[in-house]
Ligand binder design. Structure first.
Ligand code: AP5
Ligand code: ZN
Length: 217
């Protein structure tokens, strides 16, 4: 199974992808996570990407498509994958078609998380994650079950993303509207887009996605 989770910053792509990983053993391919790992490791890609990400703009198509191809090669062709935050431009959508067909894969579903943009700033500025395992939390919508302790790994340090301030979030939204939303018709023409109400509670969004994947997952 190869699925794309599409939606603006804060729509819940990462949150829902990690549910699918837990429940079905699918693999999450998040270009945002890959780029943040490259920044942290100080690789040449990371050095190039940092300022672009901090400004809320998009990293080059070649870099992100290269990362996706490399990660897919590390996985067996039978592994089910969730593309989270990729593709984000028409050029990336075209690159993904080539990357998948070269590996005997095909896209099964594009799931669009439909959200109200005003609510997203609140979601993003309240977001934090475990500094050890990366599990995501929110100041109001998803607190750790035991205060100050990660549910998954028991760690006590948490962190916030440098691009999660209001000004950068506005730029990220504008980039989404200008460059990412316009790729939806490519997939609509193939009849593989399903829309999900991303404003519902996390569990309800997960249920809606499960219903779309049905017995394939
Ligand atoms: P990336 O890491 O992809 O960030 P993004 O698209 O801005 O998405 P987010 O991670 O902010 O949101 P999300 O939809 O995953 O929401 P989440 O589940 O965390 O990209 C970062 C940067 O990297 C880009 O700006 C760009 O520079 C670069 N980049 C990455 N990919 C690229 C590409 N392909 N091409 C070029 N550049 C690229 O949820 C948000 C919060 O809300 C959480 O706290 C969560 O707990 C909470 N929440 C989630 N769902 C719900 C719900 N249903 N109800 C209430 N709260 C909820
Ligand atoms: Zn943790």
């Amino acid at each position: 199974l190869n699925i794309i989770l599409l939606g603006p910053p804060g729509a819940g792509k990462g949150t829902q992808a990690s549910r699918l990983v837990e429940e079905h053993g699918m693999v999450q391919l998040s270009t945002g996570d890959m780029l943040r790992a490259a920044v942290k490791a100080g690789t040449p890609i990371g050095l190039q990407a940092k300022a672009v990400m901090d400004a809320g703009e998009l990293v080059s198509d070649e870099i992100v498509s290269g990362l996706i191809g490399e990660r897919l090669d590390e996985l067996g062709n039978e592994t089910s994958v969730i593309f989270d935050g990729y593709p984000r431009t028409a050029a990336q959508a075209e690159a993904l078609d080539g990357i998948l067909s070269a590996r005997g894969r095909k896209l099964d579903h594009v799931i669009e998380l439909v959200v109200d943009e005003d609510a997203l700033v609140d979601r993003i500025t309240g977001r934090f994650s475990c500094a050890n395992c990366g599990e995501g939390y929110h100041d109001r919508y998803k607190l750790p079950k035991v205060e100050g302790t990660c549910d998954v790994c028991g760690n006590h340090d948490f962190k916030r993303r440098p691009d999660d301030n209001e000004e950068t979030v506005r730029t990220r939204m504008a980039e989404y509207r200008a460059k990412t939303e316009p790729i939806l018709p490519i997939y609509e023409a193939r009849g593989i887009v399903s829309k999900v109400d991303g404003m519902a509670a996390i569990d309800a969004v997960n249920d809606a996605i499960e219903a779309i994947l049905g017995s394939d997952a």
